[in-house]
Ligand binder design. Sequence first.
Ligand code: CU
Length: 68
Amino acid sequence: MAGRPVRLTFFRKENPGCGDEVHFPGLGITRRLKTGEKTVIAFTPKKSGTLRFTCGMDMYDGQVVVVR
Ligand SMILES: [Cu+2]
């Protein structure tokens, strides 16, 4: 929900390649992910819409839908 804090937990299972980092281009957030560990990403979306996230190479991707 717009204006509400969000905490997303990423758990990296695999070792090689793409899982190295997660990138939220619309938020200017990039975090390294360690294999076998959880990484928490916290942010507060300012407006409704779709926030895309990708791996560092823009291959893996997903989205967070922010409702009004
Ligand atoms: Cu990749």
